[in-house]
Design a protein around this ligand. Sequence first.
Ligand code: ADP
Ligand code: MG
Length: 606
Amino acid sequence: MIRIVTAAVLVAAAMIAPLEGYWRLAAFLVPYAIVGWDVLWGALRNIFRGQVFDENFLMALATVGAFCIGEYPEGVLVMLLYQVGELFQDFAVDRSRRSIASLMDIRPDWANVEQENELVQVDPEEVSVGQIIVVKPGERIPLDGVVTEGSSTLDTAALTGESLPRAVEAGDEVISGCINQSGLLRVQVTKPYGESTVARILELVENSSARKARYENFITRFARWYTPIVVIAAAVLGLVPPLFMGNWSEWINRALIFLVVSCPCALVISVPLSFFGGIGGASRQGILVKGGNYLEALAHVDTVVFDKTGTLTRGVFHVTAVHPRHVTSEELLEAAALAESYSDHPIAHSLREAYGKPLDNSRLSSVEELSGRGVCAQIDGEKVCVGNHKLMAESGSECHRCHRIGTLVHVSINGQYAGHIVISDEIKEDAPETIAALRQLGVKKSVMLTGDAKEVGEDAARRLGLEEVYAELLPADKVERVEALLAEKSPKSRLAFVGDGINDAPVLSRSDVGIAMGAMGSSAAIEAADIVLMDDKPSKIPTAIRIARKTLRIVRQNIVFALGVKGIVLVLGALGLANMWIAVFADVGVSVIAILNAMRALRVSR
Ligand code: ADP
Ligand code: MG
């Protein structure tokens, strides 16, 4: 700033002062050196490094050229304006970086650990699993864990974009990054810091710029070719016509204008910034996008495939009936809950919950989970299988039908049918509106895949307003279905798969864009997915598509605007109709406008 002001004063003085010859040259060279030495130095250094065609080189060449043909004031003022533009550009880029950084301001600084009746603040990384930490009101929860004492409300806005406070009490799970609003909590840590929700989110967003969108790669390649071509064109323009027509200084002046306009920095800076902004804006809504390429793919999605349990339905089953054979209801439920002791499937959780009593794991051995079918285990030496009719057929047991609508969990003991438990799930509140919103956004096809029984799948689809549903699929069948849908869609459009991550990691990675439900989903799914929805709401999918489309729209606007203005000024310059001032606007002004436009990607309307 000081350099710019000093140089501006000196150049104004030089323009007024009645100086001649070398004195006049010296009077302009001083402000030129003050404002432009770093650019000249940068250009020289890069030439020695073999990177010739950068913006320093272009500016140095253009302004030194202006001095050579006696246009001293132009030489200084172009450099001056260029530096003003750079200053402004730095400011804008810095501001948007900072607003993205503040989004990411969820890293906990310390954890309170009780040592000899005193609270000590330690680095969250030093706390081990099983230790108890104390979270005071107003503090951020530093590590994932389970509340052992106290009750409070949590502000989850930083993670989910949802400002609704969530009530927690002893026994509830809490995730790091939430803010404890009211009461003192004691939390038993369940994961080391490196695997905690906060660490995973930060890692994901920080690495997102490594996965570039096609547009970003295009701009990098474009700049590599574009700049040398323009420099050669300028050389031809400055040297060839005057050979025939004379008037050297006029043609060299036109060539210099050409050079100033040609800098591609408007695109080189604004395109990655737009993607970064889009990703930042999405994470503010609890949508974590692992890279610009996924944002780009999301904008072109025209087929969305949903998993049912845990994705469109809440995955919290209620036992609605117990129909035993040869055993009591209590025995049937106990056998089922015990066999499911180690399963992460929503059905397993519900059965354990419905049984409600502590389970004695020591009676259990050789537990085997058969994904998409159920579990088999030895209980007191008897083989118990719990799952759907496919599993019953495999374990050699007959299987009874039921008059109730709902998911049937059949149980066999030593190959003999022992009855079934009827459970039913609820559709997520925002699921029907999600399907409608997708249709409104022009998504051609929404499809549901489920491993559940046909009637249950069709019943859910009807209530959701979905036309296409495929039921009784094993995880491998789901991959096959998705592959068939991938083959059906038009080559330019993309297919998104949305799952809760319980046994659907293969489909998540097979689809163009894999979307996982974050809080309930397994960590394997979060690894396999490209986009993670932190609050498990399917309605975040249309929001994500809207953000992606807006980001891409901004990128296209910037490309068209920057190339358009530059193209026009290049032509005008070659024809001798543009002067240096217009050229500087076409470079610096366009950069600044493009960057301001890119910053819009960060702002997301709720
Ligand atoms: P979805 O496709 O609806 O997410 P899954 O593929 O996870 O369902 O499971 C398909 C079916 O397999 C379930 O509806 C259930 O009948 C059975 N199943 C899977 N895992 C289990 C389990 N742990 N216990 C009982 N049944 C199970
Ligand atoms: Mg599932």
